[in-house]
Design a protein around this ligand. Structure first.
Ligand SMILES: NC(=O)c1ccc[n+]([C@@H]2O[C@H](COP(=O)([O-])OP(=O)(O)OC[C@H]3O[C@@H](n4cnc5c(N)ncnc54)[C@H](OP(=O)(O)O)[C@@H]3O)[C@@H](O)[C@H]2O)c1
Length: 300
């Protein structure tokens, strides 16, 4: 059986190499700074050296509101400048509670400035448009993204939750390259395989940063997930003497564009087990077995 080689590092354009597993901050709502430092330093120590956050994080999961996750992350990076030096710091703007989307030039410019302030950094490594704003012309979005890069406020830019057509329209107006696209993808959400997201990534050199690779934990708990899928994951886990989580992450890592997976656990003992997925090379037929179990039809 041919196994699919997944590698451990990914080339993220001008940002250089990052680990194939990244640490996500959607649920980064810790009560004290020491715990927050422990979680981030554990993740970075494991090689999860891209940290993904967003200005809006903190509104959910018991957080203190818009901006509060960036503020806490900023406190961590201020207390531990060694961590700041070791990571690619990625954030997003454009979700505006109550509006709900705004990627106008004026808004993104001030949103990026506010993120810089909360994160306590002079430069954001990767600034992403969080969700496509249906009311702003892509030429205007491209203009502000180019200005953010060219003013030195951000090193590179990317998109999140954009369709292929939205990504291409934006890219067509830009002077600087888009380096990443951030879709939802897991063994339970295979849309990017067939909606062109992965094809565009491979054609244009965008790195997919996959959000919710464990379907927000549901692939582990089984809640709302096809039983056939959890059974298939468990069968492969038993065959390889690993757990279901490891198979689910290895499945994501093996996708053709060689994506980065953004894990969201805030539990350090779970984080410590995630690198097991980097060592698990599933075979071609095992990967297709997961696709079939997820979709309920043979992918022929
Ligand atoms: N661009 C976007 O629109 C968007 C949207 C969503 C997320 N994201 C990004 O993607 C990152 C990851 O998303 P995610 O947090 O949904 O990722 P995930 O890794 O799929 O899910 C993490 C969740 O699963 C839970 N979990 C993991 N193992 C478990 C187990 N054995 N038993 C019970 N629960 C378990 C974790 O709880 P514990 O913390 O207790 O381990 C956590 O709540 C986010 O932090 C964010 O950076 C982006």
């Amino acid at each position: 059986m041919t196994s699919i080689s997944i590698g451990r590092r990914r080339e993220l354009g001008p940002l250089g190499e990052v680990g194939a597993i990244a640490f996500g901050c959607w649920r980064f709502v810790h009560e004290d700074l020491d715990t927050a430092i422990e979680v981030v330093s554990t993740a970075v120590g494991l090689g999860f050296d891209l940290i993904d956050t967003a200005d809006v994080y903190g509104l959910e999961w018991g957080g203190a509101g818009f901006g509060s996750v960036e503020r806490l992350l900023g406190q961590v990076l201020t207390a531990r400048p060694d961590l700041r030096e070791r990571v690619v710091l990625a954030t997003k703007g454009g979700v505006r509670p109550g509006v709900p989307l705004d990627s106008s030039a004026a808004y993104l410019q001030q949103a990026c400035d506010a993120s810089l302030g909360r994160l306590g950094v002079e430069r954001i490594d990767l600034y992403q448009v969080h969700r496509p704003d249906l009311l702003t012309h892509p030429e205007e979005v491209a203009g502000v993204l180019d200005r953010l890069v060219e003013s030195g406020k951000v090193r590179a830019v990317g998109v999140s939750n954009h369709t292929v057509a939205q990504t291409e329209a934006l890219a067509s107006f830009m002077r600087n390259p888009l380096v990443s696209t951030q879709p939802r993808f897991s063994a339970a959400h295979l849309g990017s395989l067939r909606d062109g997201t992965f094809d565009l990534a491979m054609r244009s050199g965008l790195v997919p940063l996959l959000w919710s690779p464990l379907a927000g934990g549901r692939l582990v708990t089984g809640e709302g997930v096809r039983t056939e899928l959890t059974v298939a994951l468990d069968r492969l886990a038993a065959a390889h003497d690993v757990d279901r989580t490891t198979v689910a992450l290895a499945f994501c890592l093996a996708q053709a564009p060689r994506p980065v997976v953004i894990v969201g656990s805030q539990n350090v003992s779970r984080l410590r087990r995630y690198p097991d997925a980097l060592a698990l090379e599933l075979s071609r037929d095992e990967i297709y077995t997961i696709v079939e179990a997820s979709e309920g039809t043979r992918p022929l």
